[in-house]
Design a protein around this ligand. Structure first.
Ligand code: LMR
Length: 398
């Protein structure tokens, strides 16, 4: 039977990660996968996480099953982090959450949940979107379509086309929107655009699915959730998939969450039992470790303050490098306008260079970025920024 299998293409992001690892060039630069690196090029464990893990080691007294919704303390914290502690949807018991194996796990659970609610739903994603969104939803059996989002020529949002596309989406469909730090472009909706998006969602009756994988990496924890919170204030229902991979640096612990906002508490209760039955049929229960660490951090005022500091440090370092890329390319004699990089947010920007130039950067200079020209800015540091700028300038000059 297995000999009937056809080979499949490697994932564009994780495949690149493996290529980078295998490259012996000591000057290699990894701008591929969305993983934060510090000035030493290292993805360190956050100090608040280390302290929470020490606490867990002292306190943990059982390895018994955790239950399908995962850690309830984590779920309460993650809802407050996303919606704000006193959001009306929380006060009205309209939200039900489950912690999931990573943000990707949350998306897969969301897809199965959507299929139960409306087997004919189409899910609409931005053009472009995270490389895994489309295959993930298709694998779950959902139809996937795209709406306009990023304008490759102006390097901004294609807003009028986006709103025109959204205005055609029927009730019963689902529209995925990135809460902040759009992956892959870094181009986010302004608050006014969130308001317009919300008005269209209400009028058309489609259900928003907010993907929030980078809360705190854009402008701040509350600022990055402002669009989501406004949306939740105004639409009857939505889905939220969030992740603690980036903002808590817990990548390999696989910790994320799905939250469903329903019209009222009765519908939320029905949503909850359906959510748990979806979880049971996929992986039964999530792994506990990451959720309990996040719970310990958010239970403690002291650890929360430390986390806020560490998160701000990561965010500020990336923002500093957004400006440095522009300055260093100019210093290399590049006159093309790269100012758009500082108008974008989070881990990524599109450099906007050609496929041939991207291939040459990898082959000749061991500078790795995703084939769309998406760069993970956190891969830059003081030791490699000049080499990076020189390499890019060389390929741009042809
Ligand atoms: C990325 O986009 O690089 C990250 O979200 C990692 C991944 O799983 O693709």
């Amino acid at each position: 039977m297995f000999s009937q299998l056809q080979t499949v293409a490697t994932d564009p992001i994780l495949g690149l990660m493996a290529e980078y690892k295998a490259d012996p060039n000591p000057n290699k630069v990894d701008l591929g996968v969305g993983v934060y690196k510090d000035e030493q090029g290292h993805t360190a464990v956050l100090k608040c996480v280390k302290e929470a893990e020490a606490l867990r080691l002292r306190q943990e007294d059982s390895k018994t099953y955790i239950g399908m919704a995962g850690d309830l303390n984590f779920n309460t914290h993650i809802e407050k982090l996303a919606f704000g502690p006193a959001h009306q949807v929380l006060l009205a018991n309209r939200v039900t959450s489950a912690h999931t194996p990573g943000g990707t796990g949350a998306l897969r659970v969301a897809a199965e949940f959507i299929k139960r609610a409306n087997p004919n739903a189409t899910i609409w994603v931005t053009t472009p979107t995270w490389a895994n969104h489309i295959s993930l939803f298709q694998a779950a059996g959902l139809k996937v379509k795209e709406y306009a989002y990023y304008d490759y020529s102006s390097k901004g949002l294609q807003s009028e086309q986006m709103f025109a596309d959204l205005n055609k989406i029927p009730a019963g469909d689902v529209v995925l929107v990135h809460a902040c730090c759009h992956n892959p472009s870094g181009m986010d909706l302004t608050f006014e655009q969130w308001q317009r998006f919300t008005a269209i969602a209400k009028e058309r009756g489609f259900t928003p699915l907010v993907d929030m994988a980078y809360q705190g990496f854009g402008s701040g924890l509350d600022e990055d959730a402002a669009g989501l919170r406004y949306l939740a204030d105004n639409v009857p229902e939505l889905l939220l998939c969030s992740s603690c991979s980036k903002n808590f640096g817990l990548y390999r612990e696989r910790i994320g969450a799905i939250s469903i906002v329903a019209t009222d508490s009765k519908v939320a209760e029905i949503a909850r039992v359906n959510l748990l039955s979806v979880v049971r049929s996929i992986y039964s229960m999530p792994p506990a470790h990451g959720a309990i660490i996040v719970g310990h951090i958010l239970d403690s005022q002291e650890l929360t303050t430390l986390w806020h500091q560490e998160l701000a440090e990561m965010r500020n370092r990336i923002n500093d490098y957004r400006q440095l890329i522009i300055d260093k390319l100019a210093a290399e004699g590049i006159t093309d306008d790269f100012s758009f990089i500082t108008r974008q947010h989070g881990m990524f920007s599109f450099l906007g260079i050609t496929k041939a130039q991207i291939d040459r950067l990898k082959a000749e200079f061991s500078v790795y970025m995703v084939g769309s020209s998406r760069v993970s800015i956190a891969g830059l540091n003081h030791s490699n920024i000049d080499y990076f700028a020189r390499s890019v300038a060389t390929v741009l000059k042809g």
